[in-house]
Design a protein around this ligand. Sequence first.
Ligand code: SF4
Length: 225
Amino acid sequence: MKQIPILDVGGVLISTSILTEYFCCDLDACGGACCIEGDAGAPVTVDEIGEMEHSLDAAWPLMSAQAQAVVDRQGVAYTDPEGELVTSIVGGKDCVFTYYNYPPTMIEGLPRGCCLCALEKVFRDGRSRFAKPISCALYPIREKHFSGGLIGLNYHRWAICDAAIRKGREENLRLYQFLREPLIRRFGQAWYDELCEVAHELELQSLQSSEDESSDNEIDEARSM
Ligand code: SF4
């Protein structure tokens, strides 16, 4: 099938790889590295900054001393060089809200704690009302904003997530299925239902196309006999 790279679903531009690629986070393999790799914090809105501040007391004991010092100095977010509001980070890369579980997991042969989100932890424990910024919940889908209010969704490929691709294949889970909850949180149930219909349609087209290809091959083989 000829791959259509971008689709318009309910006014949101979608990279087709979100519908076709397999993905399921494998924390045992990656250790939650997306919270501590990279050179900037996660994008946040002004409303989310308010929510993070509201959750701060509950999350505080889980945060490292360095992270607490950064938050004391500059707050839970800052403006990055591109002018975007992002979560504050420690040492130029770790999100201030990261903490480690124990016992440690093995990463590249070395024992290391799995990195988790303090905001999410206190939310799940019923001690705050805010789960975590939507950009974190949607990762590795990244939201892009264009002029006129147009929104685009891209699949951000990163080697640290390679194990998630393998696990997604094993679990038969596509990226849009794995991120069902955050996609509904961001765009609503009706929009997500439409996305599923588009994904189903795309799959049917792909199956049809491979059937056509295999019958073409059979004809070619028959003619060459
Ligand atoms: S997004 Fe990637 S790095 Fe983050 S938890 Fe999932 S697989 Fe691991």
